[in-house]
Design a protein around this ligand. Structure first.
Ligand code: CA
Length: 533
């Protein structure tokens, strides 16, 4: 078809002439138009067991699944320190907790240090963060921030944003937090951003963090079904060291009346309270009436169902919100040149080992969901089994934006992995380190390495005292990590190999010996005069 070819050549010629004639500023804008946008969708405490692209047994998450179907699902995304604030600091900096300084949830993030949003911003990207921040200090490196105060409640959240004078102001909101965060993100995408610049937006939910308060429309959702119990719900903690039995995070004993929606309800206004009580009161009355004749295990089963259903209900609202964002990207034409990433700050126990919460180097909390869609770069429906990490996110965002990755970042860009070309020298071993003990749920301080087939863990401090306990797991024969084989003659070579890899990893990442294990004294910073009173 010669006519078509001639037309195409003419178009090309015309385009070349036009481009040569363009002033520098416009040509820069055109170049900006080609740099991809980044939508980073992040949740708090969401595990792969409650995301149907990974595990369809408990919930269907059609919108999260859409990202997996049109992009890549990562089956081994490990976090370096499995708890909320520290994971976020790792993502900001691309550095382990002992380097970025945010080691436990009691810390304050030093926002003066190098972060990926600052680097994107100086490269001409427009940056925004909406929702959960949880790093205490005011966000730096963002053109726009509107973040929850601290953990933030599920209803009517106060949120902090920059006022007219640029100083942070706290504003009240009415409604369900997950929906408010989605609406604010859509508002920013539709109306507030500069359409002539590429953007990076962090759309970050509080859900499904404790205490799992569902949206009004989902208060009775799942009432008529029974959620499958995990195999290890009744774990007796034999086969592991003292750490496993010293924790305080069991569904059986450690959920509060508030967690179970049997006690006081927080943060609801009178209208919301009415809707809430209409849903929970009949269910609670039925339980209270039956309780006297229930066995201990039946009460435990009831607690599990109440806990897991409220968790899943919170996930459902997040999935709905993601659907709205994906629809907007389609309608606006942005989808084609936007990478959409879904992840959580760490995994979570949905009853495995009898637990809720996170913190451990065991699989359920070590592994976090990671899904990514990037048209033209990621093959739809791909599944990746390389060991990747939240340590790699900052480096990935920088490479996507064409910004050089600073040498002092400790992870690696996932761009080649996303494009199906994992480098030959990709990591084979992963280093983990958890510090928050003494602390909530009493999980011992520990560090360790895994190559995805075996895992070596060293517990070194519990309740302010030094301990020296080791666990070794064969993840192929014992995927639930119930029986440590540390010291077993069958595993001498494996143990030796992992021990060497552990030492190498600690050297590679400059991990200092953690000797500051005593409980923090609250009054230590008081001036001498006050102490005398
Ligand atoms: Ca978390």
């Amino acid at each position: 078809m010669p006519t078509t070819i001639a037309t195409a050549s003419q178009r090309l010629l015309l385009l070349t002439v036009c481009m040569l004639a363009l002033p520098a500023t416009i040509s820069r804008a055109a170049e900006d138009g080609e740099r991809p946008n980044i939508v980073f969708i992040f949740t708090d405490d969401h595990c792969t067991q409650a995301l149907s692209a990974y595990d369809p047994t408990r919930i269907t998450t059609p919108n999260m699944d859409r990202i997996a179907r049109e992009g890549m699902r990562f089956d081994r995304c490990y976090v370096t320190n499995g708890i909320c604030g520290p994971s976020r600091a790792v993502i900001q900096t691309g550095k382990y907790s002992h380097i970025n300084g945010f080691m436990t949830n009691g810390n304050r993030f030093n926002g003066d240090q190098q972060t990926f949003p600052k680097l994107l911003q100086s490269a001409g990207y427009q940056t925004a963060i909406i929702g959960k921040w949880h790093l205490v200090t005011t966000p730096q490196g963002y053109d726009y921030y509107d973040v929850l105060k601290g953990q933030g409640p599920y209803y009517n959240p106060p949120m902090i944003t920059a006022g007219d004078d640029g100083q942070p102001v706290t504003r009240p909101h009415t409604g369900y937090t997950t929906e408010i965060i989605t609406d604010k993100t859509l508002d920013w995408l539709r109306e507030d951003r500069d359409p002539n610049k590429p953007f990076m937006v962090m759309y970050q939910h509080k859900a499904p963090h404790r205490n799992w308060m569902p949206a009004p429309k989902y208060l009775n959702w799942l009432d008529d079904v029974t959620i499958a119990e995990p195999e290890t719900l009744r774990d007796d903690y034999k086969g592991r060291t003292q750490a496993a039995s010293h924790q305080q995070m069991t569904i059986r004993d450690h959920l509060s009346a508030r967690d179970l929606k049997l006690g006081d309800v927080i943060s609801l206004n009178p209208e919301q309270r009415k809707v809430w009580d209409a849903a929970y009161e009949p269910k609670n009355k039925a339980f209270e009436a039956a309780k006297a004749s229930m066995t201990e295990d039946e009460i435990f089963q009831w607690k599990y169902q109440r806990y897991v259903k409220d968790y899943l209900r919170c996930v459902k609202s997040v999935d709905d919100g993601i659907g709205e964002i994906l629809d907007y990207l389609d309608e606006s034409g942005l989808a084609e040149n936007t990478i959409v990433i879904y992840s959580s700050d760490q995994g979570w126990y949905l009853g495995e080992h009898g637990w809720y919460d996170k913190r451990w180097m065991y699989e359920e909390s070590l592994r976090t969901p990671l899904l990514a869609r990037w048209p033209g770069h990621i093959a739809p429906g791909s599944v990746n089994n390389d060991i990747v990490s939240n340590l790699d996110f900052a480096e990935t965002f920088l490479e996507i934006a064409g910004v050089p990755v600073p040498d002092d970042m400790q992870g690696r860009s996932l761009v080649p992995v996303l494009e199906g070309q994992t480098p030959d020298d990709w990591r084979e071993v992963f280093y983990y380190h958890y510090y928050e003990n003494p602390g909530a749920h009493n999980v011992a301080r520990h560090y360790g390495v895994t190559d995805g087939e075996h895992k070596l863990i060293h517990y070194y401090a519990l309740e302010g005292k030094k301990i020296d306990d080791w666990e070794l797991f064969d993840l192929k024969s014992d995927p639930n990590e119930l029986q440590s084989v540390y010291g077993s003659s069958d595993y001498t070579a494996v143990q030796q190999k992992l021990q060497t890899q552990l030492e190498q990893a600690r050297q590679q990442f400059n991990v200092p010996e953690d000797t500051n294990i005593a409980p923090q004294r609250r009054n230590r910073q008081q001036p001498a005069a006050k102490r005398k009173q």
